[in-house]
Every structure is written in C-alpha cells, then in structure tokens.
Design a protein around this ligand. Sequence first.
Ligand code: KIV
Length: 276
Amino acid sequence: MYTQLEQRGMPQPPVNIATLRKMKAQGEPIACLTAYDASYAALVDAAGTDLVLIGDSLGMVIQGHDTTVPVTVEDIIYHSRNVARGLRRAFLVADMPFMSYTEPGQSLDNAVRLMQEGGAMMIKLEGGDGQIEIVEHLARHDIPVCAHLGLKPQSVHKIGGFRVQGREPDQAEEMLASAKRLQDAGADIVLLECVPNEVGQIITQSLDVPVIGIGAGPDVDGQILVLYDILDITQGRTPRFVRNFQEGCTSPLQAIGAFVEAVKDRSYPAPEHCFS
Ligand code: KIV
C-alpha cells in the first residue's frame, strides 16, 4: 500500500523531501522552476526539473500586477491544481500568499487548503523570526514547509523596492541566525532570494536542510528561476540573476532542458548572474 506514488510508469520515482535531502548530501544540484498551468508543468517535468513552485509571482507574470501583494489563496489553489495535473515526477511546492499566514490557526487552515485542494506537497512562506511560531505550528501538524529569506517580495512596500539583502555584515548574520531558527522550528527547505554569494554559501554550509537560491550565488544546493523569465517571455528589465535560456533553442522544452542541464553542471549561475 505504500508504493502507489512509485507506480506512475516513470523511469525515475517521483521526487520527495527525502530525495531532496539526499541530493544535498551527495552534492547534486537541485533544479527548480515556477509553473502556473498544466501544459508548462508537463514540459518542466519532462525536462527533468526536480521541484516546481506555484509562486505568487503569478500575480506579476500571469495577472499583470506590479507586485505579488494582490494574490489570494484561491488564486494559488487554482493554479496549483492545474500544475499538479501536468506533473509526474517533480515535487510540488505552493506559495502561501500575502497575509495568509499571520497567525498559527489561519496558517494551518490555508496550508491544508493548498495541500488538499491544490495538490501541493509543501508550502512556502516568506519569513524570518516573526514566522517561527507559524513554522513550528505547521511542522507540528506535519505540513512540510519551505521558508523564504533574503528579498521577500511580499514586503516590497515595507522595504521600498526589490533590492539585494544581506550586504551589511549585521544583516547577513541576522539572516543566518533566522535560517537556523527556522530550520530548528521545522522548516524542511530554506529559499534565499537576492543575497550576495558569500551569504548564500555560509547559510548553505550551516544548514542541514536543502537551500534553494534565486540570485543567491553558485554555492547553494539548488537554483530556482521564474519560468517566464528563462523563456524570455517577461518584457522589460529583468533581474541580474535571470538568464534567457530560450536563446539558441527552438522550443520551450529545449530551453527548459538547457536550464536543467546548466543547473546540474553548475554553468548557471555564472558570475554575471551573482551579487557580491
Ligand atoms: O513567487 C515566486 O515565484 C518565488 C520565486 C521567485 C522563488 O517565490
């Protein structure tokens, strides 16, 4: 009765949290992407992506907002459901949107909805010390949690723009301390956004759980990018860490495959995608 997840006719079994821990231990880079619908999810999965995130970046790339703040739990559930239908192997993580995890009871209710209605296997929340109690509460109820540190886009109006975090030594130390406390509270993955390489490296070396980076340098355990950024769909100025993988490719599947390969052979991120 415990084998049904491995009977989907796949050459490789589905990725789970144990797979991701083993990849960290063995130094195998974890390739991660966002997805928002079943068609792209199928391509992302076929290309060998290990982890797929239903990011609240959907507020920007799907809905056309300037920030992720307007995204709701209903929005994430809708997209997560669609993505889940397209996946066979990848591990599915769904974002907890702005203000959906302000206190333990509400956080648990919303996390359960993302898992039961959205098909998520883990939830991600933007947090630091203020979210320790929430992470503890979710972990106590066996909800797998990814804690997002560094640049937290849901706080854009509080911090005054999308900018690199942890450049000052005291900020970097505080981030490392928060990462350890979140791990101790039960976080299963830590995601770091827009931090200098050194901060990515120190936090990765200091934690037992996998650390996934977006603009966090080459020394984290895995890399994640927004799907529409790597496919060159996003118009206008893109962040420094974005690489256009569509260039030189004749199909989205080929471009996604090129991303997975570049993460696995560590040719992405190159110095021009990193912060110091
Ligand atoms: O919402 C999102 O897509 C994210 C990634 C940028 C990591 O949180």
